[in-house]
Design a protein around this ligand. Structure first.
Ligand code: WT7
Length: 655
């Protein structure tokens, strides 16, 4: 079949075949080849993963058993010994890649730096020795709260090298959010910077760390390491705080990678759920290394001459898996960018692509929608001909945005991989393989080989083609999260109890609604729980509600998402006030600011609506369905018979 033209697309013939020259050189070259891999993996998942683990990774010691599955707890490569920093660095040093660019960094404003594999290895070894010198031992947790600078990746790899699990906290989170995470993980040390650049302004990261640690409120933290990035004046507490460059300078570059057990914890990463405080998602070493390695290799189809750029922040799972670990394990050149498109520099992404000749580009639908708004003259003014593959992640992509990405950025030459996955899955689960699987705009297409995904109802029964249902995974995979840090029961409740086991087999509940079409393609609709996705950032409505009610003027709060053209969803908060507080625009702004202070700017509500009362059922549950309809300006439909006080609804509608 030939490439569809724009005319045929308008007639809804939206199936895009990989270009022949792409397929010929691809890791996986045809749909048949994908199907064979998929079938082989399905027939014997353990043999499939074991063969790849043996072929693709370095092990200090081979495993005894491939998998040990005691639902919902899984172990992969039992008793195997491995180190992901070794796989990302050392093993490339004995090859020609020794002097290949491992990390290209484009900083703000106008800074840049390139580290070869040999240089990166040296920095990581030195920094690992700095950590040891400060008493960090295997098993100790280390907090990382940093801007997008090479030191962030160096810090992660150094932690992995000595077996100290890292807990990276996104630099946009507030001091309060940072403190909660440091306390939950009982971090022994925090790595930060004097400041970081965010859209032409400096974020005072070190000040935030000081706030988080004030009054001994995170007592596990003994030391803070500070990278000098912006040359801000910062307070350095003697004995506790140290400059990175002071200690790095004198550190030995000899630091052999610690042989870790496959199931030793590699990192904790906090993510929002529908209830309670953010949970610490735990990933372990061997399975995560293999899963991010294989997905990077087959999905991004990296060639040795490629420059690969994922625009995420290392504070999110996408940065962990697809800026740092997956690409480096493959010996790729990974680009890290400190900036972000903004009014003063709307074309900066295209400048970076042109400057470095980026070949593979991975970004979020919310960014694409922002680019559409900024205008196609910006990308058209740059030479983007180096691009050969595009990817998206974070939320469903609307077909119009997909088409724009395909036409304007990819010049109708580049396949698009729409990758569905989660913090919990460690790596990409449902995606096209770019040389093999024809794409449909808006569909993440088919499961990665070894992933058994289904759409089911709440009894665990498969639904018919094109019927909506819940996205579930029916077999464990190597990159799967192992538990919630410090709360295995929450792990069980959140992911394994919404759907009952089927024929004795536990099903992983992803929290997303989806359907599979007649070709088996997956169409993910979005969260079915109280999690909202604002510009690709995942937030729990309950966290935002807790932040709101911590303000003295607020009696009750209910937060819902409403559709937003740019961000996908925006936050709407319905708020009732304490008796002596009065509704005003000033108070609205104050409450928005309050949430930003409590959680971070990403959680700032787009809209606050004051109400006399919230719609509740007779048993006292807030009827969010009604609020969602009201927030998005839809007619309130469906059953309202359980509403306790109907006049509440009328008032909200008028208000
Ligand atoms: C949630 C996970 C892991 C990548 C970054 C987000 C949504 C993610 C897609 C996609 C439709 C998507 C889901 C998922 N999501 N990618 N390609 N199509 N929805 O990680 O913060 O853990 O959020 O993001 O709703 O459950 P996360």
């Amino acid at each position: 079949m030939s490439q569809p033209t724009i005319e045929s697309i308008l007639h809804e013939e939206r199936l895009f075949h990989p270009p022949a020259e792409f397929s010929q050189q691809a890791q996986i070259k045809s749909l048949e080849e994908y199907q064979q891999l998929y079938d082989k993996a399905k027939a014997d998942p353990q043999a499939f993963w074991a063969e790849l683990a043996e072929q693709e990774l370095h092990w200090f010691q081979k495993w005894d058993r491939v998998m040990d599955w005691q639902p919902p707890f899984v172990k992969w490569f039992v008793n195997g010994k491995i180190n992901i920093s070794y796989n990302c660095l050392d093993r490339h040093l004995t090859t020609w890649r020794r002097n290949k660019a491992a990390l290209i960094w484009e900083g703000e404003p106008g800074d840049s730096r390139t580290l070869t594999y040999a240089q990166l290895h040296r920095e990581v070894c030195q920094f690992a020795n700095v950590l040891k010198q400060l008493g960090v031992k295997k098993g100790d947790r280390v907090g990382i709260y940093m801007p997008m600078i090479p030191e962030a990746a160096i810090a992660m790899l150094a932690c992995a090298r000595i077996g100290a699990p890292h807990s990276v906290v996104f630099g946009g989170f507030s001091a309060e959010a940072l403190r909660d995470r440091l306390v939950d993980a009982e971090a022994k040390l925090v790595i930060t910077a004097d400041g970081g650049w965010r859209k032409d302004a400096i974020v005072p990261l070190k000040d935030q760390v000081d706030k988080a640690l004030a009054n001994n409120s995170a007592p596990s933290v003994k030391n803070v390491l500070v990278v000098q990035r912006t040359k801000q004046t910062v307070q350095m507490e003697p004995g506790r705080d140290h400059w990175w460059h002071d200690l790095q300078q004198g550190a030995s570059a000899d630091c052999p990678a610690e042989p870790m057990d496959s199931e030793d914890m590699l990192f904790i990463l906090y993510t929002s759920g529908s209830t309670g405080k953010p949970k610490g998602v735990v990933h372990t070493t061997g399975g995560y290394n293999l899963y991010t390695h294989m997905t990077t290799k087959w999905i991004f189809d990296l060639r040795d001459t490629d420059v690969y750029w994922c625009t995420a922040d290392v504070g999110w799972i996408t940065g962990h898996s697809y800026i740092v670990y997956g690409p480096l394990s493959n010996g790729a050149t990974t680009l890290m960018y400190e900036g972000a498109p903004r009014a003063s520099n709307p074309g900066c992404f295209w400048d970076v692509i042109e400057k470095y000749g980026v070949n593979v580009f991975y970004t979020a639908p919310t960014a694409i929608r922002a680019f559409i708004k900024m205008g196609e003259h910006l990308p058209k003014a740059r030479n983007l001909s180096s691009l050969r593959l595009l990817g998206t992640v974070g939320e469903p992509i609307n077909p119009e945005a997909w088409m724009w990405y395909y036409r304007i950025i990819g010049n109708k030459r580049c396949p698009i991989v729409d990758t569905w996955w989660q913090t919990e899955t460690g790596g990409i689960m449902i995606t096209a393989l770019p040389g093999a699987i024809p794409t449909k705009p808006g569909s993440a297409t088919l499961p990665f080989p070894g992933i058994l995904a289904e759409i089911v109802d709440l009894d665990g029964n498969p639904v018919n083609a094109n019927d909506g249902g819940y996205l579930a995974i029916t077999h464990p995979w190597p990159g799967m999260m192992r538990t919630v840090y410090g709360d295995p029961d929450r792990f069980r409740r959140t992911y394994w109890e919404h759907i009952p086991p089927r024929n004795g087999q536990s099903l992983y509940f992803a929290g997303d609604g989806a359907r599979q079409d007649e070709d088996g393609y997956f169409w993910v609709m979005g969260r079915v729980d109280d999690v909202i996705n604002v510009a690709g950032h995942r937030l729990g409505t309950m966290e935002i509600e807790s932040a709101l009610v911590s303000h003295p003027a607020v009696a009750e709060a209910a937060v819902v998402g409403k559709p937003d053209e740019l961000k996908g969803q925006d936050i709407v908060a319905f708020v009732t006030l304490e008796g002596n507080a009065s509704a005003s625009d000033e108070l609205k702004n104050e409450l928005k600011k309050h949430v930003a202070n409590e959680i971070g700017a990403i959680a700032r509500p787009g809209e606050i609506r004051f109400a006399d009362a919230l719609p509740k059922t007779r048993s006292g549950k807030i009827m969010r369905r009604l609020l969602r309809s009201l927030a998005s300006g839809e007619e309130v439909s469906g059953d309202t018979s359980t509403l306790e006080d109907r006049s509440v609804l009328e008032k909200l509608r008028e208000g």
